[in-house]
Design a protein around this ligand. Structure first.
Ligand SMILES: Cc1cc2nc3c(=O)[nH]c(=O)nc-3n(C[C@H](O)[C@H](O)[C@H](O)COP(=O)(O)OP(=O)(O)OC[C@H]3O[C@@H](n4cnc5c(N)ncnc54)[C@H](O)[C@@H]3O)c2cc1C
Length: 349
């Protein structure tokens, strides 16, 4: 059996930020990550031309000071989302789209140069190499009086002084057995905490040239008529790689990826012309895998029970904590919330 001061369950932005903040305080931690990759709801892929393309978190703003200061501290570069030119709003499939312009004075959304994935990747580089373990799904947590025993899907047990759950609370409730059981009111609340963006379908396209910019378009599209519901220019920081990213409408998950691609290209071909039909890469992701969802989410309101007071308390006599963006008391669901939750736990540990 191995042991550590602190076990962090989940290698998303909150877990990695927490490990980074603890390392600064000389507190040893191990991050146990169920999937084979880092970043959780942050996932940047690259196209045939090496363009960083976002399947997960992409934008942030001046309203996100904790995220911005972390990004700065790590030496990463931000740049504004491109929005100059004609944007399109499609209300009905049988009518031409309405054209609009985003006012220049509008506070910009930012993106990260190199892709959002540079954030978890840079945090991980700051940690000692053995401190992150992939393909390690936590299945049980047992109170062992002066320590906690964390069990993984392979039956391995790791002892720690404290455990921090840096994953959606709903997933913790569904997949982790707590002994002794968490208090009944807490067990009732956990499945009702909405996991932000679970079920979303994000798509991204790469092109050899920004043909839309050359024709005066911003690349921004909102539609009530086609499979693409929202789309934005996805040119890189250096402005030498090009593409789009955005969200597909709710029903998109029921089609195969091949059919989704066909519908996306048809919609763009009609709106932006033939050049749109020849991307160098198409990716999309339906965010319903086991690393974000356990079964179907039954939620009435966006951000329901995010930042709930039960998520601020510790359990197992001060040895078990909840973190992760859904626990944040402000900006829950967003990257800012993930960083905020890590900061607040780091202060308490
Ligand atoms: C499509 C999409 C678009 C988004 N767009 C934006 C945006 O533009 N701006 C923004 O601010 N935010 C956005 N978000 C939200 C943002 O990605 C999240 O707020 C943030 O990344 C959450 O970080 P986290 O660490 O709290 O959780 P996660 O990223 O969910 O990390 C949890 C980790 O825990 C792991 N895990 C799960 N179960 C276990 C287990 N049993 N054992 C071990 N590990 C486990 C998971 O694999 C995962 O890596 C978006 C999210 C999605 C999905």
């Amino acid at each position: 059996m191995k042991s550590s001061d602190i076990i962090i369950v989940g290698g998303g932005l909150s877990g990695l930020t927490l490990a980074y903040l603890l390392a600064q305080k000389n507190i040893e931690s191990i991050v146990l990550e169920a999937s084979p990759r880092l970043g959780g709801r942050i996932q940047t892929v690259t196209g045939a031309l090496d363009t960083p393309l976002e399947l997960g978190a992409t934008w942030f703003s001046d309203m996100h000071p904790n995220l911005l200061s972390l990004v700065k501290e790590l030496g990463l570069t931000t740049y504004p989302q491109f929005s100059k030119g004609i944007s399109l709003f499609q209300t009905k499939s049988f009518e031409p789209p309405q054209k609009f312009f985003v006012p220049e004075a509008e506070a910009p959304s930012y993106r990260l140069a190199g892709g959002t994935q540079t954030l978890p990747d840079t945090l991980a580089k700051k940690l000692a190499a053995p401190s992150i373990r992939f393909n390690t799904r936590v299945t049980a947590i047992r109170d062992a009086e002066d320590s906690v025993l964390v069990e993984t899907a392979t039956g391995e047990e790791i002892r720690a002084g404290k455990v921090v759950l840096c994953l959606p609370p709903q997933l913790a409730a569904a997949n982790i057995t707590f002994s002794p059981a968490l208090p009944e009111p807490v067990l009732e609340i956990l499945p009702t905490v909405q996991t932000w963006m679970a079920g979303a379908v994000k798509f991204t396209l790469e092109y050899g040239e920004p043909f839309w910019r050359k024709e005066g378009y911003s690349g921004m599209l909102y539609s009530h008529a086609g499979l693409i519901a929202e789309m934005y220019d996805h040119t890189n920081y250096e402005e030498d790689k090009f593409g789009f990213t955005g969200f597909l409408s709710g029903g998109a998950a029921s089609y195969s990826q091949e059919v989704r691609k066909e519908f996306v290209l048809r919609q763009l071909g009609e709106l932006l012309g033939e050049k749109a039909l020849a991307p160098t890469a198409y990716f999309d992701k339906v965010w319903t895998d086991e690393f974000i969802l356990a079964g179907t989410q039954v939620i009435q309101r966006p951000h329901q029970n995010n930042g709930h007071p039960f998520l601020q308390q510790s359990y197992m006599n001060g040895k078990l904590f909840f973190a992760g963006t859904e626990t944040a008391t402000a900006f829950a669901g967003y990257m800012e919330g993930a960083v905020l939750s890590a900061k607040s736990i780091a202060e308490r540990l």
